[in-house]
Design a protein around this ligand. Structure first.
Ligand code: UD1
Length: 431
């Protein structure tokens, strides 16, 4: 298994191109199931999760052609995927594939809407909590689906004549359930109103793509989405929006190591809450013509207290990275995780590097230390593992991160992007 070695203590300076957003690319790829026409997606990041989803989609009958060559070793310009689901040949998404990535469960809505039935394994994904799918199923039932659970599979059937538009009121904000119902509603009869919808920019990106495919979606960016379903959707061309979590992660890294980095292509409005928090820690953050510039020179890191929240609040996907930064703050910070109940697995590993963090239920109290010291550590999930990268970059000496396949799920060319900015980081490939 590959490992990553980092020798810490170097500031980051330069430009980092931000890739297409994983969390938008996945549902956009799934949208290809809704039409027999060709869907062209530009700026698709080259990630393990994308490759896994492609395997799942191929199993359903999606044909994929990719333009151009794989990216070179130092930069990524995004790949262009042409997806065509002329015929759906298999209505089952099997356990072996779905259990490896939770977002693959989102094929349920589109398969059901297009084919009138689907059988999808209950998901797996990161071990960051129980992560049920009750909201997805309640939403699809409101559109008329009949749902049974049998031997670990969700078996869903649409009524005669197909899914029909309805009012769906989510009791809790869920990104995945919003995607699943939105995708299904695009091919349902009549209007669907989704209330208490997630407002994440990735939902907006999918909604815009669906609109281009012919399903009118109103209320993009708000918590009420109105979807006019169509009998048939058309192909289109759509560009995946930049990855705000990747941008936020590199920004935290710069704040931790010091330096001056421009995050090329990043959009500040997509991750305003995190950049506001960064500014409170003492980093300078400015929107520029090409992206976002983050600078921290000389001054210390001020402690802050935050809670994770659905968009537009502070994203849970940046909680671990912020904690790595605050481990080096001049004082005590508090982080409350309100989205997932078990998303503190990075705490033990950060402690191995010398961080002083106390956990009480959903709250972490972080007492800043003067220095972190390199050590071997274990990546436990996607965002936790990148917090160890940040701590390693800002610490003294060598950190070796094991199980980096977690990183490969969601960060494209991570070592290359960081080493171009002066980091001493390399991948140790097991032979
Ligand atoms: C998505 C993101 C993930 C991010 C998360 C929260 C993708 C591919 N993944 O995950 O990176 O961390 O949003 O921003 O976009 N819940 C229920 N019942 C359900 C569904 C969810 O109780 O049916 C709960 C979950 O357990 C969790 C909360 O709702 O506590 C939010 O989960 P959700 O927004 O659905 O996260 P995902 O879509 O899985």
């Amino acid at each position: 298994m590959d490992r990553i070695r980092i020798t810490g203590g170097r500031p980051l300076n330069g430009t980092i191109p931000i890739s297409g957003a994983k969390n938008a690319a996945l549902p956009l790829l799934i949208s290809s199931l809704l039409t027999e026409d060709r869907l062209t997606l530009k700026n698709v990041p080259n990630l393990a999760d994308v490759n896994l989803l492609v395997r799942i989609l191929r199993n359903h009958g999606v044909d994929l052609a990719v333009d151009g060559k794989r990216p070179g070793p130092a930069m990524h310009l995004g790949e262009t995927f042409h997806l065509t689901a002329r015929e759906i040949v298999d209505l089952t998404a099997p356990y072996e594939l779905v259990s490896r990535m939770r977002a693959s469960f989102w094929v349920l809505g589109p398969l059901l809407a297009r084919m009138g039935q689907a059988k999808v394994s209950l998901p797996g994904g990161c071990a960051i909590g129980t992560r049920p799918v009750d909201l997805h199923l309640t939403g699809l039932k409101a559109l008329g689906a009949e749902i049974d659970i049998d031997a670990g599979y969700v078996i869903a059937k649409a009524p005669k004549g197909g899914l029909r538009g309805a009012r769906v009121v989510f009791p809790k904000v869920s990104v995945g359930a919003t995607h699943n119902v939105l995708l299904a509603a695009a091919l349902a009869k009549g209007e669907t109103v989704i209330e208490n919808a997630a407002r994440e920019p990735e939902i907006g990106d999918v909604a815009m793509c669906l609109s281009k495919m012919g399903a009118k979606v109103e209320g993009i960016g708000t918590s009420t989405l109105r979807v006019q379903g169509r009998d048939r959707l058309e192909g289109t061309v759509h560009t995946v929006l930049p990855d705000r979590i990747e941008a936020g992660t590199f920004a935290m890294a710069v704040a931790a190591t010091g330096g001056d980095v421009t995050l090329e292509g990043a959009r500040i409005a997509d991750v305003q809450s995190a950049f506001d928090v960064l500014a409170q820690t003492g980093a300078q953050v400015t929107a520029t013509d090409s992206g976002i510039r983050v600078v921290r020179n000389g001054n210390g890191i001020a402690p802050v207290s935050i809670e994770t929240e659905p968009f537009p609040g502070f994203p849970t996907d940046l909680q671990a990275q912020l904690m790595a930064l605050l481990s080096l703050a001049d004082g005590t910070s508090v982080i409350r995780e309100t989205i997932f109940e078990n998303r503190f697995m990075h705490v033990q590993e950060l402690a191995r590097l010398g961080a002083d963090i106390q956990l009480h239920g959903d709250t972490a109290t972080i007492r800043g230390v003067k220095t972190l010291k390199g050590a071997p550590v274990m990546a436990t999930d996607l965002r936790a593992s990148v917090s160890l990268v940040i701590a390693g970059l800002a610490g003294e000496g060598d950190t070796v991160i094991n199980r980096v396949y977690h990183l490969d799920r969601g960060f494209e060319q991570l070592e290359q992007k960081l080493s171009r900015c002066g980091a001493d980081i390399e991948r140790l490939t097991s032979g």
